[in-house]
Ligand binder design. Structure first.
Ligand code: GLA
Length: 409
């Protein structure tokens, strides 16, 4: 597998954005979505639900190994205005996609039959029905501020917002982890994107001012206090604008490599390999699998280390853990690329306490933990370095730990 940057088609709700993308825009609020819904469908919605994009602080490529991760929700979110329909029709419009929208019969939904962004909301309805929930049609209007293809989980935000809307419209009262599982199934089985569970759990279960410590085997989770501002710090999210796409095969190949390694070691999943057993395990693996296993085992340990530091209130000490995570993704897992490496190295040289790529890799975003008074300098340094290397300047998003899925109107 290659660590080369991808310039592919994004998988998120805007759909069809090729190569370099526009950055996230500011949130227009629920009222605008209510108005747009009414313009489109002639009536006001029954409600508006929002679900956020995420960054992962640490614990990358651990979720499909039954491991641990520590994501947090961002202020950017997908908003879904929806109204229940009695006739089983699912009508979908997106502010980003524009056009005439999509109309589907909910009785006939089947994996692989719906193209483009509509496969995520349609997949949620399919997954709910498959799980035995008595749901029918709806009019749906989507407006998302989560940039697509940036590795910020725009598709999970969309799927989780639609799941939250259906939960409200049909009075399902689903527990958070079940909502997340259904949204993941929509993406994985219906839309054909082989993601883990981290993004959906973050989008549904995150809380403001905290990261989410998640055991992806049991879905046991808890908020871990994370408020960099208390320490005079901030979390910068730098979008390299190199499009990242989970559906292009490299992610699936990594997953398969991890599963093969676990099978060779006689383990249910790589999560079951303790750090103390790593040196012996590495001698039993072929050279192409050993670095993958080393990343997963050391990354699970970094999650535990990060959680201990945050529980102790030592946010600045998180920095070196982030940077070590990046080195492991770059050298062992090999999912970094020139732009993410340049952003990390430049941010560190300009005063960041720690930095790493976040999300699936092959582009996407870098997070940097920075002293508040170095934030502008770090951003300027990365922008200058990108220009000098011939890359488009990165987009900058605020990394304030935000709320998970909720009704907003
Ligand atoms: C993507 C997937 C997640 C997770 C990350 C890597 O974001 O959707 O499930 O595997 O990559 O940590």
């Amino acid at each position: 597998m290659t660590a080369a940057p991808r310039h592919g088609v994004s998988k998120g709700p805007v759909g069809g954005a090729v190569g370099r993308r526009e950055g996230g825009r500011t949130d227009g609020g629920a009222a605008a979505v209510v108005g747009a819904f009414a313009d489109r469908y002639g009536e006001r919605p029954d409600g508006v639900w929002a679900a956020p994009g995420r960054v992962n602080l640490i614990g990358e490529h651990t979720d499909y190994n039954d491991g641990f991760c520590l994501p947090m929700a961002l202020p950017v979110a997908a908003r879904v205005a929806a109204r229940r329909r009695p006739d089983g029709l699912l009508r979908l419009h997106s502010a980003q996609a524009g056009g005439a929208g999509t109309e589907l019969g909910t009785a006939a939904l089947a994996p692989g039959t719906v193209p483009g962004w509509a496969r995520y909301p349609a997949g949620v309805v399919w997954a709910l029905k498959e799980a035995g929930h008595r749901v029918g049609g709806a009019d749906v209007y989507v407006d998302s501020t989560v940039p697509t293809g940036a590795g910020l989980s725009s598709s999970a935000a969309l799927s989780c917002a639609v799941a939250a809307a259906y939960d409200g419209l049909y009075g399902l009262d689903l527990p958070g982890p079940e909502t997340a599982r259904l949204a993941q199934r929509a993406e994985h089985v219906f839309a054909g994107v082989p993601c883990g569970i981290m993004d959906q759990m973050a989008s549904v279960c995150a809380t403001p001012g905290a990261a989410l410590h998640l055991d992806t085997r049991t879905l046991v989770h808890r908020p871990v206090p994370f408020d960099p501002t208390v320490h005079g710090l901030g979390l910068l999210v730098l979008d390299t604008r190199v499009a990242h796409d989970l559906a292009d095969g490299a992610y699936a190949a990594l997953r398969a490599g991890c599963e093969r390694a676990a099978a060779l070691l006689g383990l249910p999943a790589l999560r079951d390999l303790p750090a103390a057993g790593l040196p012996a395990a590495l001698t039993r693996l072929p050279p192409e699998l050993a670095p993958l296993v080393r990343h997963v085992v050391t990354e699970n340990a970094r999650v535990a280390e990060a959680v201990a530091l945050l529980d102790a209130g030592d946010v600045p000490a998180l920095g070196p853990v982030l940077t070590a995570g990046h080195a492991s993704l770059r050298d062992d897992y090999r999912v970094s690329c020139a732009e993410t490496d340049l952003a990390v190295d430049t941010a560190l040289a300009a005063g960041a306490l720690g930095a790493r790529m976040t999300g699936g890799g092959f582009g996407g975003c870098v997070i940097a933990l920075v002293p508040a008074d170095r934030s502008t300098a770090v951003t300027a340094a990365v922008t200058t370095a990108f220009r000098a290397a011939g890359h488009a300047p990165p987009a900058v998003l605020p990394g304030d730990p935000s709320a998970g899925a909720r009704r907003v109107w």
